[in-house]
Design a protein around this ligand. Structure first.
Ligand SMILES: O=P(O)(O)OC[C@H]1O[C@H](OP(=O)(O)OP(=O)(O)O)[C@H](O)[C@@H]1O
Ligand SMILES: Nc1ncnc2[nH]cnc12
Length: 176
C-alpha cells in the first residue's frame, strides 16, 4: 500500500537552484492520499481538547481546513503580512530562502484556548516558530505541531522541540 510519502513529488531547483522542493500538491490531489494525510495528522491528538486549528499560509490552509472540519473546531489562518483585513499582530521570521512577516487577527484566539498548529512542511522551523509566538502572544496554548513533511537536516524539529513543542510529522526527507 502507498504511504503518504509515496504521493509527494520532488521538483529539483525550485524556487532556486539547489533546493529540492517537496511538492505536496500530488498528495492533496489524490483522494486516498489526502484522506490518509488528514487521518494520520489527527491520530496522535485523539481524545485531547483542541479548541482551534491554526494553519500557516498557504499549504497549511488546505490541511488545516480539513483537520478542523474533522475535529469540529474552528480554523484560524496565519497569513503573510498585509492579507488579513482586521486588527492584527505581526511576527518576523527567516525562511530557508528569504525573510518574511506573518500576522494573525488579534481576536482570533482567546487566552487559555488549546491550539493545534498545522502546516505541510517543517524545514528551518522559522515559519512555525513565528506562528507559535503569535498564538502564545494571544494567550493561547499550542498543544501540538503537525506537519506532513519534516526536513530534519534543516533543524526545524530540534528548534521546536527546544521550545518545548510536541512535533508530529508524517514523513521525512533527508538532504536539503
Ligand atoms: O520551516 P521553514 O524553513 O520556515 O519552512 C517551511 C515553510 O515554507 C513553506 O511555505 P512558504 O513560505 O514557501 O509559503 P507558501 O506555503 O505560501 O508557498 C512551507 O509551506 C512552510 O510553511
Ligand atoms: N524544500 C522545500 N520543499 C517544499 N517547501 C519548502 N519550504 C521550505 N523548504 C521547502
Amino acid at each position: 500500500m502507498k504511504t503518504v510519502k509515496d504521493y509527494i513529488r520532488t521538483i529539483v531547483d525550485f524556487p532556486h537552484e539547489g533546493i529540492l522542493f517537496r511538492d505536496v500538491t500530488t498528495l492533496f490531489a489524490d483522494p486516498r492520499g489526502f484522506r490518509m494525510c488528514v487521518d494520520q495528522l489527527l491520530a496522535p491528538y485523539a481524545g485531547m481538547r483542541i479548541d482551534k486549528v491554526v494553519g500557516l499560509e498557504a499549504r497549511g490552509f488546505i490541511i488545516g481546513g480539513a483537520v478542523a472540519h474533522q475535529l469540529s473546531t474552528g480554523f484560524v489562518p496565519i497569513r503573510k503580512k498585509g492579507k488579513l483585513p482586521g486588527q492584527t499582530i505581526a511576527q518576523a521570521y527567516t525562511l530557508e530562502y528569504g525573510e518574511a512577516v506573518v500576522e494573525v487577527h488579534d481576536d482570533a484566539m482567546q487566552p487559555g484556548e488549546k491550539v493545534l498548529l498545522v502546516d505541510d512542511l517543517l524545514a528551518t522551523g522559522g515559519t512555525a516558530e513565528a506562528g507559535i509566538k503569535l498564538i502564545e502572544r494571544l494567550g493561547a496554548q499550542v498543544i501540538g505541531c503537525a506537519f506532513v513533511v519534516d526536513l530534519p537536516d534543516l533543524g526545524g524539529r530540534k528548534k521546536l522541540e527546544a521550545m518545548g513543542m510536541d512535533v508530529h510529522a508524517l514523513c521525512a526527507f533527508e538532504g536539503l
